[in-house]
Design a protein around this ligand. Structure first.
Ligand SMILES: *[C@@H]1O[C@H](CO)[C@@H](O)[C@H](O)[C@H]1NC(C)=O
Ligand SMILES: *[C@@H]1O[C@H](CO)[C@@H](O)[C@H](O)[C@H]1NC(C)=O
Ligand SMILES: *[C@@H]1O[C@H](CO)[C@@H](O)[C@H](O)[C@H]1NC(C)=O
Length: 374
């Protein structure tokens, strides 16, 4: 004889299922699952005097939406219980100002003690984090130069940060160390970028980067992580001319980069995410490994080294046409404003595009493939 237990257990949101438990005399246990949004559950609650009329009808759009939002909440809980991520203390948002700041993506970061904030360009194509500092030749920092700023940009001063310390020439991250006169001297740096004549130079320091943690076992909290910072006293090229006036955060795979430092200090895994939305907005998270079902491309080496993020492009398609053997290698670089193709690939793409276009072609300056839209 089956004894009907009165108990119907409604599990917490994490399980989202209702169990009706039956215990049989012959020591066999069986349980029947009733979905919390099923008609049966609704009539159960109705028998308890609770009205469930606000619950959406089965298989209606609202019903599906409710199921989906519960699934997503649960996935977030699961992800959150495993992986710690970090984002800049001023928020995970990235900013984009179009031509005003050379079409790059930026984030506000805080450095040092007391903290000073910087609007740094996010550059997956280089490694060093540098900010304008003890300026000899820096871009203008006054807000009057930048239409989208309501406050002046800051200059970093290691002497005024109680947590700063200089890197010596003997430090393992000091590339120019061998050029120094003595191993105890301050470590100088020079970074040259892909843009012509564009560079930053000065001395290397270590200081605290202020971050906020999410996920992991702890609640959201403040984290101060030691990172290497270039005290950029002398910039040139586009860095004096509208791009990254307040510094660059290198996100590359090199040991000196912020993602590498955070991983080395054990804060997060050696990964980060940059996600850009349609409305000039985006986010940055250190330690983000993406959803488990995310598809992956391996990075390939360039001259036998993995100094930058390079992927193998297997082929391209223009409309429905996908030429065979059209592969090439491409640099994944958040610090380049536009997409560049190898010239022979560019020629093939525009020729194919032109063949498919049914509009009058004309040229403007360097752009020879413009079309009159109807
Ligand atoms: C930065 O300094 C400001 C002003 O002193 C303070 O209010 C803020 O909490 C600090 N931020 C961090 C991340 O320490
Ligand atoms: C780069 O610098 C060289 C030498 O000073 C100069 O001749 C050249 O015009 C510069 N290129 C650009 C794009 O400014
Ligand atoms: C191309 O445009 C012309 C003029 O508008 C039109 O008559 C023609 O049908 C178009 N051809 C195709 C293939 O769309």
């Amino acid at each position: 004889m089956a004894i009907h237990f009165p108990a119907i257990v409604l599990l917490a949101a994490a399980a989202a299922l209702m169990f009706s438990v039956e215990v049989a005399a012959g020591h066999t246990f069986s349980s029947r699952l009733i979905h919390r949004y099923s008609d049966e559950a609704v009539s159960f609650w109705a028998s308890k005097g609770k009205s469930m009329t606000s619950w959406p009808k089965r298989e209606s759009v609202e019903h599906m939406r409710l199921l989906l939002s519960n699934d997503l909440k649960r996935q977030k809980l699961k992800l959150g219980s495993q992986k710690q991520m970090l984002f800049p203390s001023q928020g995970s948002e990235t900013h984009f100002y179009g031509n005003d700041l050379s079409w790059l993506h930026y984030a506000w970061i805080d450095i040092g003690t007391p903290n000073t904030s910087f609007l740094v360009a996010l550059d997956a194509g280089s490694d060093l984090l540098w900010v304008p500092c003890n300026c000899v030749q820096c871009a203008p920092l006054s807000s009057s130069y930048y239409s989208m700023l309501d406050k002046d940009l800051n200059e970093y001063s290691p002497a005024r940060s109680s947590t700063s310390k200089h890197l010596s020439c003997s430090h393992q991250l000091c590339e120019l160390g061998p050029n120094c006169q003595s191993p105890k001297e301050r470590c100088p740096y020079t970074v040259n970028y892909f843009s012509e004549n564009t560079s930053s130079s000065g001395f290397l320091f270590e200081d605290q980067l202020h971050l906020t943690s999410v996920g992991g076992h702890e609640h959201q909290g403040a984290v101060r992580a030691p990172v290497v910072i270039g005290c950029g006293s002398k910039q040139s090229g586009t860095y004096l001319d509208g791009a990254a006036p307040d510094g660059v955060m290198g996100l590359g795979p090199g040991e000196i980069s912020v993602p590498s430092s955070l991983a080395k200090s054990g804060f997060v895994s050696r990964s980060f995410s940059l996600c850009f939305g349609k409305s000039n907005s985006g986010t940055i998270f250190f330690g983000d490994q993406g959803p488990e079902n995310q598809r992956q491309s391996s990075f390939v080496s360039l001259d036998g080294k993995y100094n930058t993020y390079v992927v193998e492009v297997q082929h391209y398609c223009v409309g429905g046409t996908c030429p065979k053997q059209s592969g090439y290698q491409a640099l994944v670089d958040s610090g380049s404003s536009f997409t560049f193709l190898p010239s022979e690939i560019f020629t093939k793409v525009v020729t194919e595009f032109d063949e498919q276009m049914n509009a009058t072609r004309f040229s403007i300056e360097d752009f020879s493939y413009c079309y009159k839209a109807r």
